[in-house]
Design a protein around this ligand. Structure first.
Ligand code: CTP
Ligand code: CA
Length: 224
């Protein structure tokens, strides 16, 4: 039978994506955050929707429009992102963890704005570790197919594979920051059980389609 329609790679799949940074308050007007424009995560959500998936996008603070047909939920902190992800992770087929999650939050965020005073010394912050969302999802008894991102500033080849093992996920997409942060282009390396594969530098939207195809063909019950 000849079909006029391109078979959709992710038809019937539920895909959960996190994107953007998280924001951890110091006081009501100040906070710490990670560098991430959200462009790669939003492009992946859009590409997954194009590929026929039912896509849920959980986004940290970013200035980007919601891709058509994607269900979006906005969060600020890593804890909020964790809670939102855990609501639907077990019911998802694929989890793509693109968000640059802040590893630490301020231990005792101030309820009131911290004021400069002539007498007081500069404030000292202490931190507590945030939950590792990707590692938590990967440990679920009925875990979706988990894809992690690794933005490294040093030895990508070593760090990417080490991160894949540490998080216990089948696929890590590595890129070298900060050169690509906020840019429209990206250059990535795929790390899976078979080794490392470098993809050619491409526009984040074009790259997202390639990555969705790479993810789709690795799914346990892939049809193509
Ligand atoms: N990640 C997460 N929750 C966290 C930290 C990271 O879900 N609290 C996810 C990211 O979305 C990414 C992957 O884990 O997909 C790797 O993030 P990265 O920051 O590179 O790894 P870390 O384990 O936090 O190691 P480090 O920052 O020390 O390099
Ligand atoms: Ca981190």
């Amino acid at each position: 039978i000849v079909s006029f329609f391109q078979p959709k790679l992710l038809a019937g799949r539920r895909v959960l994506v996190t994107a953007g940074p998280t924001y951890e308050p110091i006081d009501p007007v100040r906070g710490i955050t990670n560098r991430s424009s959200g462009k790669m995560g939003f492009a992946l959500a859009r590409a997954a929707q194009h590929a026929g998936a039912d896509v849920q996008l959980i986004a940290g603070p970013v200035a980007l429009p919601t891709p058509w047909g994607v269900e979006r939920q906005d969060v600020e902190t890593a804890q909020q992102m964790h809670d939102a992800v855990m609501q639907s992770a077990a019911d998802s087929d694929v989890f793509i963890s693109v968000a640059a999650v802040a590893d630490w939050r301020v231990a005792h965020a101030s309820e009131h704005k911290i004021k400069k005073t002539a007498t007081q010394a500069v404030p000292a912050l202490s931190f507590v570790e945030n939950p590792d969302i990707l590692a938590t999802v990967a440990k679920l008894p009925n875990a979706p197919y988990c894809v992690g991102f690794a933005a490294e500033s040093g030895d990508l080849e070593t760090n990417g594979e080490q991160k894949r093992i540490k998080k216990n996920v089948p696929l890590i997409i590595g890129n070298l920051g900060p050169a690509t942060f906020g840019r429209d282009e990206n250059e990535v390396v795929l790390f899976d059980a078979t080794g490392a594969t470098r993809l050619p530098r491409a526009d984040k939207n074009a790259l997202a389609s390639v990555l969705i195809a790479e993810i789709a063909r690795r799914l346990p019950d892939a049809t193509l």
